[in-house]
Design a protein around this ligand. Structure first.
Ligand code: OGA
Ligand code: MN
Length: 284
């Protein structure tokens, strides 16, 4: 097998073939780590990883964030434990629908996520893709007055805020480890701890911006989000069962696409914790 890293013609993303993620040698690992920093999102078609192998691969990037007590790799599935498709009104379906808004993982937690690994197990016949948007290339493309305006802005990120905006009330203690304390403060411009590249750091969990009214903050965040999430900064992956994708939460946004919710969609997610020194820092 020869490792092949094929970049897209977009500002982000590469497809990696000729590798078995369940049996990575040191040279392949180093190439993948370096491609992760360069491309931000790596698609590994047809890996068919077990939950253990997915966890082992994710663990190479750092400590795992536990989203559900006792589970390091969690299902993102619209099927209940009894195999029935979830009701639209169920808490879990509201969480899955929330993933259809552009976001970066765990930005509402005291320690935002470094990276995530997602694999497809059952996919709907139409839709249900995942998309990523390049917040590094978006930052680069901003004009200087906007860069100056954003340089010292700080937003608070809250899951209660983002779900309330969708009309979904989140009950305290509802699971998935949602943070119920003071919403964390995050810079609008995040400097990547490994590459030094600045990126816009926003997403649906960002609400209040310090020094701005709620309306001003919403207008600015909507404008930036629309700017980030457009070609050539937008990658769409149509899943085939067995595919694995790895992405960097510090410089990309992502979202799930809708599908016919009467069909099953079963994904497995492993989230890598950020480093306290960099994921809580304001960079200025
Ligand atoms: C995630 C996520 C989107 C999807 O795994 O963090 O947002 O397409 N997933 O399921
Ligand atoms: Mn996510």
């Amino acid at each position: 097998m020869t490792l092949n890293i094929q970049p897209t013609d977009l500002t982000l993303g590469a497809t990696v073939t000729g590798v078995n993620l369940a049996a990575l040698d040191e040279a392949a690992w180093r190439s993948i780590e370096s491609a992760f920093y360069t491309y931000g999102v790596l698609v590994f078609p047809q890996q068919h990883l077990s939950a253990e192998a997915q966890l082992a691969f994710a663990s190479r990037f750092g400590e795992i964030e536990v989203l559900v007590e006792g589970m390091k790799t969690v299902p993102l599935s619209n099927k209940a434990e009894d195999g029935k498709i979830l009701e639209a009104s169920s808490d879990r379906m509201k969480l899955l629908k929330g993933n259809e808004g552009w976001h970066t993982d765990s930005s509402y937690m005291p320690l935002a996520a470094k990276a995530s690994v997602l694999s497809a197990h059952v996919v709907p016949s139409v839709g249900g893709q995942t998309e990523w948007a390049d917040a590094r290339a978006a930052y680069d493309a901003l004009d200087q007055p906007m860069k100056n305006r954003l340089a010292k802005l700080v937003a608070t990120h809250s899951y209660f805020y983002s779900q309330a905006k969708l009309g979904h009330e989140v009950k305290a203690g509802s699971g998935y480890g949602f943070f119920e304390g003071e919403p964390p403060r995050r810079p609008l411009v995040k400097v990547h701890p490994n590459t030094g590249r600045p990126a816009l750091y926003i997403g649906r969990h960002a609400g209040q911006i310090e020094g701005l009214s709620m309306a001003e903050a919403e207008t600015l965040l909507d404008e930036l989000m629309a700017f980030i999430c457009q070609p050539p900064r937008l990658l769409t992956h149509t899943w085939t069962p067995g595919d694995v994708v790895l992405w960097d939460n510090r410089c990309l946004l992502h979202r799930a696409r809708p599908y016919d919710y009467r069909e099953a969609r079963v994904m497995m997610h492993t989230r890598i914790k950020g480093s306290p020194a960099t994921e809580t820092a304001l960079n200025f």
